[in-house]
Design a protein around this ligand. Structure first.
Ligand code: EZ4
Ligand code: CO
Length: 409
């Protein structure tokens, strides 16, 4: 079975998505996700110019060899654009293989290790009443664990806080990437954050009790010592994890944090390869792997990093924002269902408009995500509906401190 055609489709139903369609000579179609938020056309050009011509005529079943070929033959390895492009190919080929087998992908990965995936949803608020309403809305959606993000006194705009009040039951639709010609500037004050956040977690614990698993995303903004202080000051509130507390480039930073706090640590949403996790996993500096199939080279490397992590009792916590398309999301739900060391799955619902383009088989019942038993990944892509929504330039925001210094967003 040979690859007869490969097409790159960029669509923007309510945000931009890069989708790869691979068609075999006997007419089987596989779908892959190569979306890189704010840099989408770099991946679509990488695919169209440099990958698609290499795919035509290749054995569609040779997933590992194709992955290694794309990784090694470029000479220039890793990086978000390259690895998102390779991810799209890897996913599309797994989709094809599973469709040919007539099985949902998780069956090819060893079968189900659980009935479904526990998720966490997002809650945020500009003040405590708004945050509490948001937590209730998140629980009402079926999540059993909740990520808490909050406004900070004196800071005008903070990552993770929806700009508009969310009435109970209203769908959470925070999307940081703004469509428009230029990115928006936000501000930041680490001191105010370190003082304020523990008071918010204390209030949430008092309102919702000891048992609700709570998470928080530090979004790469702290120094090792600041992150240590935060981790320690949150220990009384028993976090499920503290995510991305320090910038991702420096794995040694986590050694400092680890020495100083027993708050569990998660990192890796901007990591591209297993090498980025090597030091962190082998030195047991983290508790959860935050990689996303789409930004990590696809299904194949996600399996590999989780097998490596399993030796150290480190679990999965795959990145699940809406900028991972329903295809990329399904890919990692299949991985999560099949591996033994599954931890939790972040789950932000895609918009109704996105779901018109991507027909998702996935179900979310009684707090359990299941990828469905459709053959393949379980997602169908409607090219006609996609064509109604052309690409729109969008950028993630950035941060400056009050004196104008650039800071991690
Ligand atoms: O900011 O995916 O944990 N989730 C996150 C995300 C990222 C976006 C960037 O595109 O940190 O919301
Ligand atoms: Co994050």
């Amino acid at each position: 079975m040979r690859i007869a055609a490969a097409d790159v489709i960029v669509t923007s139903p309510s945000r931009n998505f890069v989708t790869l369609k691979i068609t075999t000579d006997d007419g089987v179609v596989g779908w892959g996700d190569g979306t890189l938020n704010g840099r989408e056309l770099a991946v679509s050009a990488y695919l169209a110019e440099h990958v698609v011509p290499l795919l035509i005529g290749r054995d569609a079943h040779a997933i590992e060899d194709t992955w290694q070929f794309l990784y090694r033959s470029a000479y220039w390895r890793r990086g978000p654009v390259t690895m998102a492009a390779i991810a799209a190919v890897d996913m599309a080929l797994w989709d094809i293989k599973a469709k040919v087998a007539g099985l949902p992908l998780y069956q090819l990965l060893g079968g189900a290790s659980r009935v479904g995936l526990h998720t966490y949803g997002h809650a945020s608020g500009r003040d405590l009443p708004e945050l509490f309403d948001s937590v209730r809305a998140t629980l009402a959606e079926g999540h059993r664990s909740v990520r808490i993000q909050t406004a900070i006194p004196g800071v005008k705009a903070v990552y993770g806080v929806a700009a508009q009040a969310q009435a109970s039951g209203e769908r959470y639709d925070y999307e940081p990437a703004g469509r428009g010609p230029l990115p928006t500037e936000e501000d930041w004050d680490t001191g105010a954050y370190l003082r304020h956040l523990p008071t918010v977690f204390e209030a949430v614990r008092n309102e919702f009790g000891a048992e609700l698993p709570l998470l928080h995303d530090g979004h790469h903004r702290m120094t090792p010592l600041q992150a240590s202080r935060l981790g320690r000051s949150l220990e009384p509130y028993d976090l499920f994890w503290l995510e991305d507390c320090t910038p991702a480039e420096n794995p040694q930073a986590l050694e400092v944090v680890r020495r100083n706090t027993i708050t569990p640590l998660a990192i890796g949403e901007v990591f591209n390869t297993v090498w980025d996790f090597q030091h962190l996993i082998s030195n047991q500096l983290i508790d959860y792997v935050r990689a996303a199939s789409t930004h990590f080279g696809g299904v194949s490397p996600l399996r590999k990093v989780m097998d490596f992590a399993a030796q150290y009792q480190i679990k999965s916590g795959f990145h699940g924002p809406t900028d991972v398309s329903p295809i990329g999301f399904a890919a990692q739900v299949h991985v999560g269902l099949s591996i033994h060391n599954f931890g939790i799955q972040e789950y932000m619902l895609h918009s109704d408009r996105t779901n018109r383009v991507f027909d998702q088989g996935m179900t979310f019942v009684d707090g359990y995500l299941h990828p469905s038993d459709r053959p393949g990944l379980g997602v169908d892509f409607d090219e006609q509906v996609a064509a109604e929504f052309p690409y729109q330039r969008a950028y993630l925001p950035f941060n400056r401190l009050p004196d104008g210094t650039m800071h991690d967003w």
